[in-house]
Design a protein around this ligand. Sequence first.
Ligand SMILES: [Mn+2]
Length: 359
Amino acid sequence: MKDIRPRIRRVLQGSDADFALIMNTSYHDSNFTYLTGIYSGSFEGSVVIAEGESAKLITTQLDYGVAKDNPAKGLEVVCVNSRDEMLKNLKELKGKIVGINGNFLPYGAYNRLKKDILPKKIIDISGRFISARQVKEWDEIELIGIANNIVKKALSQIEGEFFSGMTEKELAKTFDSMMLDYGASSPSFETIVCFGANSAVPHHVPDNTKLSNNSFVLIDAGARYRGYCSDVTRTFIFKPEKKGSKYRKMLDIYNTVDAAQKAALERAVPDAYADTVHIAASDYINKAKGGMYAGKFTHALGHSVGIDVHDGPGFSPLSHYKLKERMVISNEPGIYIDGFGGVRIEDDLLILKKGSKYL
Ligand SMILES: [Mn+2]
């Protein structure tokens, strides 16, 4: 059985809040998943309140069954039949300071909540959630690992599905169904497939571009497994013309990105500052080949991966925090040449007690 108590402890330790309150609207706050361990159901309008070492989930008939089917150590489930009953539960809370996730709760819902729980004071503890979630529990890492195995298995076999003239949309569809076959509950985000020059656009949306010989195929995808995500990118060269200059250029870009990813990996160790990992990759790219690719790595090197694909802080020039064991951060350098194409290689990195490894 899942144990949510360490998560609650991590969120509340050192916080001014007496308890944490996460309220879903028609949207779902991923901190709700974090505090309950429940990754299915909609739980629209449901509330979870975490205090001390335990959490109380207040929900309705609609999702009560799902909640009952997903018991967790430290979690109590209460079913209410009306808004009045919900309010009664909120009013019974003893503490004076309520911590909410200000990054999620819309202004209207916040105002209603404020009235409902008067005279309690509301503070924003979104930062507590971000830092708590940045260091994963081992059971979370296991699920991110499975989500990684699924996407990597599909990526290792996808080349067999390539054919001249197919569209990016067709390949994306094939890829998604492979991930589902291998156990994903869904893609963790909309699969990115880029052919040829489209690979120079980091967040290109798959369209009807047709696959032609001697061109890049970039696939950036992830699987969701029991609420946890993976995010992996591979760049292939379809039917290369190995003697041509275009191929040599593509290969050179690829090898430069690959080496940059390895340079970053070497720096990703406990107690290193996160920005130094980004800088290792960007310096490598900027200096390679006498500066031929300077300025062509145009985004941050990585982001945390967890319940959300973009789960929190990662590797960027501004991320001046120390890496800790059990953080999971993507390592995804890229080089993008407008009108020609680009390469990105991405793996999800787990920081270990010593060093780090790819999931
Ligand atoms: Mn990513």
